[in-house]
Design a protein around this ligand. Sequence first.
Ligand code: NDP
Ligand code: KPL
Length: 298
Amino acid sequence: MKIAVIGGGSLGLLFSYYMSKKNDVCIYTRTKEQADLIKKNGLHLINGGIAQPPLKVSAAPVQDWKGNEELAIVALKQYQLPGLMAVLKANARSSVLFLQNGYGHIKLLSEISAPDVFVGSVEHGAVRANDYTVHHNGIGVTRTAVFRGDANLLQEISSVVPADFPVLLEPDYKEMLIKKLVVNAVINPLTAVLKVRNGELITNSFYFEIFKQMFEECALVLGLEHHEEYLQNLMSVCEKTANNHSSMYKDVENGRQTEIDAILGYLLELSISKNIKAPLIHNYYHCIKGKEQEREGA
Ligand SMILES: NC(=O)C1=CN([C@@H]2O[C@H](COP(=O)(O)OP(=O)(O)OC[C@H]3O[C@@H](n4cnc5c(N)ncnc54)[C@H](OP(=O)(O)O)[C@@H]3O)[C@@H](O)[C@H]2O)C=CC1
Ligand SMILES: CC(C)(CO)C(=O)C(=O)O
């Protein structure tokens, strides 16, 4: 299958590496310099500390993307999507898969005229080391679901990915994204503000009190029906990633913009529209926005 991967960051390089084992992949990068480096050096992947054989892939600056591939995988941060919308509106003719965390990007998807629009929830951990090298740290799966259109291509994709990089088809995109949203809404801001690893949110009995209350607020605002299932999933992710620093912790530590607007920002807006009091969501949202402002002022 011909696949375009838009964005040469951590997930963009990870997906390009695995997808190109069985497909014809072109990575579309923000800068021409990165595309040239990928073409010159090939794509490198380090899995669990072990360097894998580099692969040759096509690469080009995003301005060259004409939407000719059967599938375009969009691997930008949620807050970077508005900057890509003009290109997507003009060129997305076939199928587009969005991999962003959070729920803030959903309102942008109906602006795209592509017949098939899919969303994904990625359970891998990836960190870009340089313009053409990515570390695959956490091995997981990619869940996908239809936002608009039909599931035929997603079914085909699940059969053209290597066995060690599974892509699963989920029946309900909202449920899939909300499950991940709950995880990111509780773990990410708490770890970033308290400056702890994910696991400490449940092993420290004082932090665990905030953790439970934050979950309750999210569940109330989202109107979740099967509370217990979502809490189990949250606890299980926290345990499995106990030694990790969350992406928001790392973004704050490194003075980068965070994805708080797509995560707690979305829940805060929802709480206001439903007239539900959500003090923890409100306060943690503003703590992280404050951290972002410190960075801007520096
Ligand atoms: N990394 C991970 O392990 C996981 C990430 N996710 C989610 O996946 C999404 C992507 O994350 P991640 O890959 O880590 O983010 P990165 O910041 O590593 O990558 C984003 C990439 O998008 C590029 N970009 C920005 N604007 C444009 C544009 N207009 N055209 C083309 N490229 C552009 C950036 O280019 P440049 O570098 O040149 O600025 C960068 O390479 C996020 O929503 C994240 O939450 C979900 C699960 C796991
Ligand atoms: C699952 C979790 C919380 C792992 O750290 C994550 O997705 C993140 O850090 O963004």
